[in-house]
Design a protein. Structure first.
Length: 559
């Protein structure tokens, strides 16, 4: 049975009753023939506020031209983005994870209100990528995601530098390890142009995860910002979305359990961000796939860490692109039987078919290790549980020689308090820092703790102290750190009643996060605990009232 290509949009374009609707569409460029074509929405996260997205308008134009030269009609609309790197360490970072929900909501609103037949979405920074995918999952109309690409590294003193270099330089400068001139030099060189943060931080992690999910074009995750490849992919996405409409191939046909297992596998192999746990859970919940936090450990047991990429390694995504990119990595994992090759993708082909003719990685063994010589035999993301976090928490152990610590707690009620203590040299080797009331409800917004963790590295304490928080970490974070502690402090989690000097154990090998307190003592302390009063209005208040557990993706659209 043939598919009516403009089935959705015909609700607002066909019949005498819709003459007023057509009149308004004529004012934005529609002609008679356009009312019979499928209408594709182009969700653009273009913004001048962040280098990750400052070039995306050019990509949206390529997609629009491609759609309209392939017998479709395109309508471009904007959605928001915020810059994690710019808001990091400030009150503004409370809005970062919130923006993921706002982006999903806004695309949902426009695509349904305008009855689009298909969707192409562009993203660059950390939250607009999962936000776009969550919207696609809700809409379940033929959709393609296009990544804006990675930034090139900057150069200072003949060495590559990036955004994490300057975050760590803050600690180095405070410790007197670098002078003012070098400090300013790194700042000025860290971000040389447009594109997403260059290491295997959250943006590049989510780009590779989305490629593995089958929702973007093969090899697109490792594209360099503003390269010819991205312009070509943007145009190709316009053609592909029309083919998806013809085939009636929708996100629910692609975003299956196998697809999410593929995404987790690629994240583990490449040393991806802890944020991938949060975002993949959120996307799975939205599409209705039964994925839970414990699945990450199950997959990690089977998948070796192959990539020597920043923040814990030496290289950036631009280096990987030179030796074969994300497509080459997918080919390695497929050939090893670590991916479900029969998973469907937006190309209309299976994952295996997409990469069967991909050439092998070239001269890659420094950047991507061979399967028989991995950096780590199992995945680098570890889901830990214990009496502090019975619902689970997330640690990243790539690059760590020391994966456990037991030490006295140092309690901080916010990120700012902790950073001040680090820079004032009030943290000692062997201690375990606790930053609480930074969770989804308690922050609100679950800020990333890159400023304190980078300062610890800069001070030389990165592998000498532990840190736990109900907040998140940037993809640029590394060290003996544990995030997403759940339940969070504001929800009555045990982290809320920890005291200075309590002995805390972080043991990644045993997947344990615990405090040396009896159940009776914990219960006694909880009887005297009360949640903190809400001090925010507007979107943060709405978010705090509706957001769910971090262990379930911290989504607001839930039962």
């Amino acid at each position: 049975m043939s598919v009516k290509l403009n089935e959705r949009s015909s609700r607002i374009t066909e019949g005498d009753k819709r003459a007023p609707n057509r009149a308004m569409l004529r004012a934005v460029g529609f002609k008679d023939a356009d009312f019979e074509k499928p209408i594709v929405g182009i969700a653009s996260t273009w913004s001048e506020i962040t280098p990750c997205n400052a070039h995306i308008n050019k990509l949206a134009v390529e997609a629009k031209n491609s759609i309209e030269s392939s017998n479709g009609k395109a309508q471009t609309f904007g959605t928001i983005t915020v810059s994690d790197g710019i808001s990091m360490g400030t009150e503004g970072m409370k809005y970062s994870l919130v923006s993921r929900e706002v982006i999903a909501d806004s695309i949902d609103v426009v695509a349904n209100a305008q009855a689009f037949d298909g969707l192409v979405a562009f993203g660059g920074c950390d939250k607009n990528m999962p936000g776009c995918l969550m919207a696609m999952a809700r809409l379940n109309i033929p959709s393609v995601f296009v990544y804006g690409g990675t930034i090139m590294p900057g150069k200072y003193d003949n060495k590559d530098v990036d955004i994490v270099s300057i975050f760590e330089a803050v600690g180095q400068h405070a410790a007197g390890k670098i002078d003012d001139e070098k400090f300013k030099g790194i700042e000025c060189a860290a971000c040389p142009g447009h594109g997403s943060c260059g290491g295997m931080y959250t943006a590049n992690t989510m780009a590779t995860a989305i490629e593995a999910l089958g929702m973007s074009l093969p090899g697109s995750a490792s594209n360099i910002s503003e390269s010819k490849n991205i312009l070509q992919d943007s145009a190709e996405a316009g053609k592909i979305v029309l083919k998806l409409i013809e085939k009636n191939l929708r996100p629910k046909d692609i975003l299956t359990r196998k697809a999410f297992e593929n995404a987790i596998t690629v994240v583990m192999a490449l040393g991806g961000s802890t944020n991938s746990v949060l975002h993949l859970l959120a996307m799975a919940k939205t599409i209705g796939v039964d994925l839970n936090i414990d699945d990450f450990n199950k997959i990690a047991e089977k998948v070796p860490l192959l990539a020597d990429l920043k923040p814990s390694g030496k290289f950036v995504m631009a280096d990987l692109a030179k030796v074969g990119g994300s497509a080459g990595v997918m080919k390695v994992l497929l050939d090893a039987g670590l991916l479900h090759g029969d998973a469907m993708t937006v190309t209309g082909k299976t994952l295996k078919e997409n990469y069967e003719n991909t050439p092998p990685l070239s001269d890659h063994h420094e950047i991507i290790r061979s399967l028989d010589n991995p950096l780590r035999k199992t995945g680098h993301l570890v889901i830990m549980k214990g009496n502090i976090s019975p619902n689970g928490c997330v640690a990243k152990v790539s690059g760590l020689e020391k994966t456990s610590i037991t030490g006295p707690a140092r309690i901080f009620e916010s990120e700012e308090e902790c950073l001040d203590a680090i820079l004032s040299k009030k943290i000692s080797e062997g201690e375990v820092i606790v930053i609480r009331y930074e969770g989804p409800k308690g922050g609100p917004g679950m800020r990333e703790m890159l400023a304190p963790t980078a300062a610890l590295v800069g001070e030389g304490l990165g592998d000498k102290v532990g840190l736990i928080t109900d907040g998140r970490f940037s993809g640029g974070t590394h060290g003996l750190v544990v995030g997403h502690v759940c339940p969070e402090a504001q929800a009555g989690g045990v982290i809320a009643v920890l005291k200075e000097g309590d002995m805390i154990t972080i043991n990644a090998d045993h997947k344990e996060l615990s405090v040396d307190l009896s159940d009776e003592e914990i219960e006694k302390r909880m009887k005297n605990w009360k949640p903190k009063p809400m001090k925010y209005a507007g979107v943060l208040r709405k978010y705090a009232k509706t957001v769910g557990l971090a262990s379930e993706g911290a989504i607001t659209d839930r039962d």
